[in-house]
Ligand binder design. Structure first.
Ligand code: XMP
Length: 513
């Protein structure tokens, strides 16, 4: 097993970012709640511990604190922001209160350049500071290695015990050389070997899947999205025909989507692939439904029913594989107003029924999204799958702002296809977060030849985003927009007008629903 650096979460919105930065150093990191038993960390053989930031004050009795025994484990500890205050407070220094905690730019001056944490760091660096409580007296054994305008103890160390503290956030991009400092911690201090690579991970994961599954059978719901596709490829590599993938054609797919899945996974990968042809059932149940939540519920329930029926048909199945990824399983610590705690998917459809009694196999549940993509590449999945834009589970149903009929679906599907074709041709498809068409239940007057038309409107939604939490509309070349618009109006019967959505999220959302 790889070496682990533990990241203890005290409620910072950056906890996962720290974990990701560690993995960018090719070392495996794992997020734990701040009160994880130290005995567990010992058992798991953690190589080092990072104490995250957090919104609380160490001076409050009820603020989150780790077990004191953590400092006797004999492993390197790096405290970041709130984590530094914890070192100060719990090891006998002095922390003074401050009424406000605010973030801002600052400059760190390195005062002990020979410190292993500061190797190769410029004498002065721009850092993303956190002004809150202030460490005013160092605990015994510590010395300052960096200072800022506001604090003489902005970076500290106790080299004998290998304890380090930073008042600023090295994990955020605004901190200059932040990744170098993390790199120094990982390699100069923790002496990690840096062998966490996707090639190694794939090998270990394949072994583990074989061990877990034995000669039993696994079923996986393949949506064609990144996560389920990578999970399918990985499990298939491990157990071949013991895996059956079920792809549910709910009639709400984009143009050619089903054929692409059949070709890739069936023809190229030679997987056992079952396609459930359920379009009629979904559309019958969605008849006259316009409320988006209602649509979602119907689609979710029907999906489970169809999937369940396929599993019954297959017969002997023991495991249900899912493409769950690490951010879905990290239990965020809901302290203060931690936005990470609020993010959890309001979109999820819910689990499968109890009676299925399948054991769950989640081979991606330790990976961040970018690692899932790397793994997909490692497993030979094409760019069109690994880097595809997100697509909502309820499919085109949330992009038809009306009842979901064959006709409305045809219009949005054709328009969407043209948009995607043009985005790909302009080499922009992979550069934006999402680009899609929305069917508006509005008819407007137009003129075609000598005839007056009364047809529907298509809205184009093309956004840039990092994580879908916020998004902004993309600035696209006018000639591209012109081409998309005229192609949609000329080629899609029933449309005589195309609009461009120029709203950002917030206050708008990405989907129109
Ligand atoms: P919003 O519209 O909330 O979307 O800004 C954020 C991201 O989530 C996707 N999305 C969904 N995904 N089921 C899903 O699986 C849904 O019901 C759903 N609604 C939105 C959306 O495409 C965007 O990437």
């Amino acid at each position: 097993m790889s070496q682990i650096i533990a990241v203890l979460d005290f409620g910072s919105q950056y906890t996962q970012v720290i974990a990701r930065r560690l993995r960018e150093c090719s070392v495996y990191s794992k997020v734990y709640r701040y009160d994880v038993p130290v005995s567990q960390l010992k058992e798991e053989g953690v190589q080092a511990i990072i104490l995250s930031g957090g919104p609380s004050s160490v001076l409050k009795d009820d603020s989150p604190k780790p077990e004191q025994a953590l400092f006797e484990l004999g492993v390197p500890v790096l405290g970041i922001c709130y984590g530094l205050q914890l070192l100060g407070h719990m090891l006998g220094g002095e922390v003074m209160p401050s009424n406000e905690r605010e973030y801002g730019r600052g400059t760190l001056s390195v005062v002990e350049s020979e410190s292993p944490l500061m190797q190769g760091i410029k004498p002065q660096i721009r850092v993303w500071n956190s002004h809150g409580d202030k460490l005013t007296r160092l605990p015994e054994g510590f010395r300052a290695i960096g200072e800022t305008e506001n604090s003489s103890f902005a970076a500290i160390e106790d080299p004998d015990r290998q304890f380090y503290g930073l008042q600023f956030h090295p994990e955020v991009f605004h901190s200059e050389q932040g990744q170098d400092i993390i790199h120094n911690f990982v390699f100069n201090i923790c002496q990690c070997s840096g062998d966490w690579t996707m090639a190694n991970y794939a090998e270990q994961a394949v072994e583990k899947i074989r061990e877990t599954v034995g000669d039993k059978h696994v079923i996986l719901g393949l949506s064609g999205g990144v996560d389920s596709s990578v999970a399918a490829a990985l499990i298939h590599k491990a157990i071949g025909t013991q895996l059956t993938c079920v792809f549910v054609d709910n009639g709400l797919l984009r143009k050619n989507e089903r054929a692409a899945v059949e070709k890739l996974f069936g023809d190229n990968f030679h997987m056992n692939l079952v396609v459930a042809d359920a379009a009629d059932l979904f559309l019958t149940r969605l008849k006259d439904v316009t409320d988006p939540e209602q649509k979602r519920k119907i689609i979710g329930r029907t999906f489970i029913e169809v999937f369940d029926a396929e599993v019954e048909k297959i017969g002997e199945v023991d495991f249900l594989a899912q493409g769950t990824i690490y951010p879905d399983v990290i239990e965020s610590v809901p302290i203060g107003n931690n936005p990470a705690a609020l993010i959890k998917s309001h979109h999820n459809v819910g689990g499968l029924p109890e009676h299925m009694k399948l054991k769950v196999l989640e081979p991606l549940n330790q990976l961040f999204k970018d690692e899932v993509r790397k793994l997909g590449e490692e497993l030979g999945l094409p760019k069109s799958v690994v880097w595809r834009q997100p697509f909502p589970g309820p499919g085109l149903a949330v992009r038809v702002l009306d009842s979901v009929t064959e006709e409305n679906l045809r219009i949005v599907r054709e328009a969407d296809h043209i948009l995607l074709e043009e985005m790909k041709a302009a080499d922009l498809y992979y550069k934006v977060w999402q680009s899609f068409a929305v069917f508006l239940p509005v008819r407007t007057v137009g003129v075609m030849g000598d005839e007056r038309t009364y047809d529907y409107v298509i809205a184009l939604r093309i956004v840039e985003s990092i994580d879908a939490m916020t998004a902004d509309w993309s600035y696209l070349p006018h000639d591209l927009l012109q081409r998309i618009s005229s192609r949609i109006i000329n080629e899609v019967k029933g449309v005589n007008r195309v609009c461009l959505d120029i709203s950002s999220k917030p206050p708008s959302t990405i989907e129109w629903e």
